[in-house]
Design a protein around this ligand. Sequence first.
Ligand code: PGA
Length: 251
Amino acid sequence: MRVPLVAGNWKMYKTVAEAVDYARRLKSSGSPAGVELAVCPPFTALLAVGRELAGSQVGLGAQDMHWAEEGAYTGEVSPLMLKELGCRYVILGHSERRQHFGESDEAVNAKVKAALRHGLVPIVCVGETLAEREAGRAREVVAGQLRGSLAGLAAQEAGNVVVAYEPVWAIGTGRTALPEDAQEMSAFIRALLAEMFGREVAGKVRIQYGGSVKPENAAGILRQPDIDGALVGGASLQVESFLAIARAAAK
Ligand code: PGA
């Protein structure tokens, strides 16, 4: 049984004070049963949010990291640093990083391996652009990203990965994939994982959907058999809407 994971990707939102206030309210609201929750604040707020959430069931995640443990990489943050702050998750290969910061599948792959080496659960993002979908290339693009990002993993490592299917055209646009389309791509991703790592591993991997998930559309998407939770941007910024989505995910 895969426990759904609903993770909030805060992107570049919330000061430390705002983040702490959110974490306090989230903790006092209590998490719904049957679903795992995580919040991914900006680096600057990780320490304070981690402290606030201590003793709760809500996991802490980062939005990116470097693959090296340390080194002359100005502006970067290492897996060791994230572990020290109590992170359980790290989002890797988000389309905004691929798009605006030129992140390649090779870089994502190095980061995924580093995360696993350090006991962090990578949330690996894949997804096609609108042009790619319209050209009928959605599956091909997603398959390429998945193979590239997970290349060289041992089957037993791959079982710990979370995959987030996030069609780029649905992120922050208010346009969500139809539940059937999201299900179809998730089933395709699972079949690919089975081909790469075996059926048992593929059956364990959680596949999230992301892209304009809101309380109003969450139930239809989260009820799909191959969708195991959501990666939520905008709607995760308020405790109430984040929890409403979490309740919809609880199977
Ligand atoms: P959105 O973002 O929910 O605001 O569309 C999702 C994401 O980028 O992970």
